[in-house]
Design a protein around this ligand. Structure first.
Ligand code: SF4
Length: 65
C-alpha cells in the first residue's frame, strides 16, 4: 500500500502524525512529510497508516494498494 498526500488539501492538523508517527511528521511550519512518499508503506506501519488516513479531517490522504 502507498499513501499519497494532497498538499492542496492538507491543513497541517497533525492528526495523521499522531496516529502514525513513524510515517508522518510535521515541521515547525506545519509542513507535512510522509516518510515513505512514493514507496510502499512497510508492513509494521500499515495499521497505523490506515488509521491516519481515516483520521484526516480534510480527506488529504489517499491510499493505493
Ligand atoms: S491529518 Fe490531514 S490535514 Fe492534518 S496534517 Fe495530516 S494530512 Fe494534513
Amino acid at each position: 500500500m502507498k499513501v499519497f498526500v494532497d498538499t492542496t488539501r492538507c491543513e497541517g492538523h497533525g492528526l495523521c502524525a499522531e496516529q502514525a508517527p513513524g510515517v508522518f511528521s510535521l515541521d515547525d511550519d506545519a509542513e507535512l512529510t510522509q516518510h515513505f512518499e512514493g514507496a510502499e508503506i512497510p508492513d509494521e506501519h500499515l495499521t497505523a497508516s490506515r488509521a491516519a488516513v481515516n483520521a484526516c479531517p480534510v480527506g488529504a490522504l489517499r491510499t493505493v494498494s
